[in-house]
Design a protein around this ligand. Structure first.
Ligand SMILES: [Zn+2]
Ligand SMILES: [Zn+2]
Length: 280
């Protein structure tokens, strides 16, 4: 096997600052929002309640977008959603730096089918914590969207792929209408926070290396920090039952996304919701 091929199989051996081919823009984006967030925290360490409230609202909408729409609907098809609700949630998922539906779902299905193996795109078992947390975003090869989710390369989903950059630009800059404090807090600081709460699902909830086969684990304290994506922290539950729309399987495992699905189902906006019944 040539040296180049080995390098492709073990991309975590690259220097951390070196993006994979065609992923320089991802690294630039990550560096930009972190830089802006640091500047914002230094200039406005205590924002007004209105600014914090708006940042929280956008992060909450994005959390629902990721967990209900990207994860449970598009990646695992564990329910059906009214099309208006679906595309409304896609917008907010992208607005919270979730990427386009096709790229998110391709990476995610790839992760499930290769969990913990050298082919797993974001495994801490293979590449360590920082690889699983952030580095894979700009150093791994792209997951093939035609192979993993051909259905998301067509129709309205294709529009979202083209809309990705404009939506992100809007997301970074929109807070400026409330002044510089709004610019930093509603833009970069919110984006950095939302990004790391998503990244913890790849890194922190896969740090259980003691068990054979699957490293996923439930991390209870991560849930409240994930705001409306509280439920994604029950990641061991999810790997054990990927076909269930419900991630918090016990009554003492809060799952905000599940509560939204339940509410949407009760008013007829969600259907075909797949549930897992636990054996006692
Ligand atoms: Zn999943
Ligand atoms: Zn996982």
């Amino acid at each position: 096997m040539s040296q180049t091929v080995i390098q492709e199989i073990r991309p975590w051996d690259r220097p951390f600052w070196k993006p994979a081919p065609h992923k320089g823009a991802v690294l630039l984006y990550l560096a930009l929002i972190h830089l802006l967030a640091i500047i914002g925290l230094l200039l406005f360490p205590l924002p007004s309640p209105k600014i914090i409230g708006l940042a929280f609202l956008l992060a909450a909408l994005g959390g629902f977008g990721i967990t209900v729409c990207y994860h449970r609907l598009l990646a695992h098809r564990t329910l059906r959603l009214n099309k208006f609700v679906e595309h409304f949630l896609i917008f907010w998922a992208m607005f919270n730096s979730g990427g386009s539906p096709a790229s998110w779902v391709a990476y995610h299905r790839h992760h499930h089918s290769h969990t913990d193996t050298p082919e797993d795109i974001s495994s801490p078992k293979q590449g360590g914590f920082w690889w699983a947390h952030l580095r894979w975003l700009y150093q791994s090869a792209r997951a093939d969207e035609h192979k993993w989710c051909p259905e998301l390369g067509r129709g309205p989903y294709q529009f979202w792929t083209y809309a990705h950059a404009p939506v992100l630009l809007l997301s970074i800059c929109c807070g400026l209408v409330f002044g510089w404090q709004g610019f930093f807090w509603i833009g970069a600081i919110r984006l950095v926070y939302a990004l790391h709460m998503q990244c913890f699902v790849n890194s922190l909830t896969h740090l259980d290396h003691t068990e054979e086969g699957n490293s996923s684990k439930n991390v209870w304290w991560l849930g409240p920090l994930q705001l409306t994506a509280w439920g994604e922290n029950w990641h061991k539950n999810h790997h054990s039952n990927p076909g269930s729309a419900r991630l918090g399987l016990r009554w003492w495992q809060p799952d905000i996304g599940w509560y939204l699905i339940y509410a949407l189902e009760s008013v007829g906006l969600a259907s075909n919701v797949k549930r897992t019944r636990l054996r006692r």
